[in-house]
Design a protein around this ligand. Sequence first.
Ligand code: GLN
Ligand code: ZN
Length: 760
Amino acid sequence: MNSLKTSNLGYSRIGENREWKKTLEAYWSHTITEETFLQQMKKYRLHHLQKQLEKDVDLIPVGEFSYYDHVLDTASMFGFVPKRFGHDGGTVPLATYFAMARGSQGTHACEMTKWFDTNYHYIVPEIENKKPVLLENRPLQAFLEAKNELNITGKPVILGPFTFLKLSKGYNTESFGSLLISFIPVYTQLLSELAQAGATLVQIDEPSLVTDITTDEMELVHDFYEEISKQVPELEILLQTYFEAVSHYKQVIDLPVKAIGLDFVSGYEENIQSIKKFGFPKDKILAVGVIDGRNIWKNRLQETNDLITQLSKYVPLTNQILQPSSSLLHVPVTVKGESKLHSIVKDALAFGDEKLDELRLLRDVLLHPSPTKQNVLERYDSTLKKLEQSTWRKKKEETILPSERTKPFQERYELQNKKWNLPLLPTTTIGSFPQTKDIRKARFQWRKGELANDTYEAHIKSNIEKWIRIQEELDIDVLVHGEFERNDMVEFFGEKLTGFAFSQNGWVQSYGSRCVKPPIIYGNVSFDQPITLKETLYAQSLTNRPVKGMLTGPVTILNWSFVRNDLTHKEVAFQIAEALLQEVQSLENSGITMIQVDEPALREGLPLKQKKHSYYLDWAVEAFKRSTSAVSDTTQIHTHMCYSDFNEIIDAIKALDADVISIETSRSHAELISAFETNVYDKGIGLGVYDIHSPRVPSEEEITSVLERALSVLPANLFWVNPDCGLKTRGEQETVAALSIMVQAAKKARQNIKQVSESL
Ligand code: GLN
Ligand code: ZN
């Protein structure tokens, strides 16, 4: 390499119109044959390469395209197919591959979990104490395809063994070192075959190097790459990190590889400081991730130009590669088709394709600087400036909101108990009831203008009424209106607050074929009109039992959106909190005084590095409290989180000071309940008593046993009985059946407690 180059770390899979998703789903539903499936996928793959070629990307990634998930690809390439799938040891067939991802009759799928701190989910490999074997050389196939079909010498992208193992389960951590070594032969073979086929540079992704790893682990990484570089000296390795600054900068730059990729967006300050302090080896290439691979705003190219120029004091331009900070998997494909966004907002956006344009522009200016080129950058930046200077972003004075309730929990709870006089172990649900096809169709038509407001509203009302009656009949104590008017728990709120925009096609992959379209927070967020009042009040008008108001919390709204990057997340969260408080207060003023503020995404915003946890948790808790504290003592604040592995954040959960929290338990009973043995929780709490992820109706014994175990560690007078999460994805019949059993189990448990206390 002898001049500044541009590179891409990975291209979005889903296609401009989610054609990838549609093909996958068609294949799963047997609408298309395997042959058609493979043909169409190839077409998309080549189209993506072609686009990058046209955008003049110097180093085009190959091999990162996937039929589901790249971690699953890596696992099946190395033969890590769990025994239960009955695999014979040859190349993994598509059926087995998808069975691992989605389960198949009688065989449960592999676990799925979040890819670092993104909203992408990967399939967790199960090692089962096996050693890797190279069943097929997937990167080689991709490399050859690009070469033969488009004459592209691609840059193969491979997940590194250290990260792969860190993300896997099913091995003894003590054997981590020897397991890592066992990957040397397969990587050697894989890389030699690539070199023979004409590859000159490969990108090996090791994002786990940005997490809190030990020096011992860093040494293992060193030994692995030293060996590989010895074995395949003809191939240059670009060791790629992203999502944060590397934890051991000095050791990382000393790794015996040709190039190191660092994230200069998420890890900007730390990485820059390290370079200034420790320099960068003269014989190495620095791949500089300067274009944000995780957010959708245009880059401030003049600033980036200055940054690169500054960096060139430490690393000459000829030794730099310009690139996005991470794979473009995490941003939508292109802004091109968006026709409904305000032009000022649209002009400030850069999705995947536009980011590649930015790279080219930057490279050209850096390679041949001139006043005219500078003007080009200036003009480019001016579109972003327009948004920055718009009234939507006018600096707001921060209002100081109370973030403490006036009375401590015990006193409040006593007053609240008196007010409602609920039975011991009150029963409730998490908010949503089944969204039938009818409701979704009505909403779809209404949005397209094909259904009049009145008709749509009448539809929603009749569903609310139906479910208020069902809940009364089931004898549930605290009711909900059912959330029939909501398609999505963030979009619904964003549409009624100021500062949010919605793209038509800004989809990103969440897991498998599932894509999400996050709202765009482009301006100041504020309260504009009541959000949930109408439906809640209607529901309450139908019954004498309390109906809970149901809101999405500030941290969840923030974490599930693309957020403006001129303010900190903390500042934006506080704006959302202030707006939500107004909604809380309008509910309260209208007589809705049990209000649930859901925070299912609180935990997933946790930074990758331990040292940043407390800062995040502090402001996240503060945001929640600002939206819920300025209420009367007798207003009962509930919250909900749908996960149970919250050992790490138990203190933050307590600090929310919610009167009642409901959390998921069914998928990990033992763990959760044991967490409460060591952690005293002394506020209202409902541990989900049955799993809502499956249509299966639980038996009374199952629910009773969860209740008994929970009550052995938690006081009965604080305990609530509810399902794990909302019921919107369930069918009506199974929902009524399950809730009926839940209520019966709660009643029996009450009886038992009464008898025991009477006999004392
Ligand atoms: N109130 C929401 C519901 O019941 C909560 C959903 C969630 O936790 N993800 O659907
Ligand atoms: Zn939930």
